[in-house]
Design a binder for this molecule. Structure first.
Ligand code: AR6
Length: 184
């Protein structure tokens, strides 16, 4: 990757600490369950902020498989769209969790491009109720995001929205490591 392109990739990735439901971006991603019919964590926060119309649209989607993603409108959210994806439940690391988690990020980004989304925010998918270790999940999220941004012609801004400072620090550390190794 030439230097200018590399710098553009690094500049497209942001870390934010706070409630993803409050972000004013084109799309926010929801860490949902396969029924898409509501839960706690990020899902609860997004549904509370979006209002009841979101659940009505979700009902028409007929669920979502692990590693896949589906899109709806954002209703009362500042975000125009909600992309919901279903992360893997952590089972120790030998049950295809990493590939499924990578697929969540990839499928969400493909859907984003198809819907002319230019700015998107992800929560740390699977790292709450589904028990995925935060550092491993951040590595997968960052790898997929960097690959995607470097290979797509449309410039996308990707925000990793962390709920606490410790998780944000992990993202910042890993991003700094990635961007410190510059191509010659
Ligand atoms: N904004 C940003 N991040 C948040 C927020 C928020 N408002 N709330 C929690 N987090 P989780 P999962 C962080 O459990 O592990 C749901 O009930 C949280 O600290 O929401 O993929 C679904 O319906 C954690 O780091 O998602 C499923 O049943 C991360 O978001 C199940 O939980 C993900 O936590 C999915 O579990």
């Amino acid at each position: 990757m030439v230097q200018e392109r590399y710098d553009a990739v690094a500049a497209s990735l942001k870390v934010h600490v706070g409630d993803i439901a409050k972000l004013d971006v084109d799309a926010i991603v929801n860490a949902a369950n396969s029924s898409l019919m509501g839960g706690g964590g990020v899902d609860g926060a997004i549904h509370r902020a979006a209002g009841p119309e979101l659940a009505i649209e979700c009902r028409r989607l007929h669920g979502c498989k692990t590693g896949e993603a589906k899109i709806t409108k954002g209703y009362r959210l500042a975000a125009r769209h909600v992309i919901r994806t279903v992360g893997p439940v952590w089972q120790g690391g030998n049950a295809g969790e990493e590939e499924l988690l990578a697929s969540c990020y990839r499928r969400s980004l493909v859907l984003a491009i198809e819907n002319e989304v230019r700015t998107i925010a992800f929560p740390a998918i699977s790292t709450g109720r589904y028990g995925y270790p935060s550092d491993k999940a951040a590595a997968t999220a960052i790898n997929v995001a960097m690959d995607f941004v470097s290979s797509t012609k449309t410039l996308v801004e990707i925000t990793f929205c962390c709920f606490d400072e410790a998780s944000a620090e992990e993202y910042r550390r890993q991003l700094a490591n990635q961007t410190a190794v510059r191509p010659s």
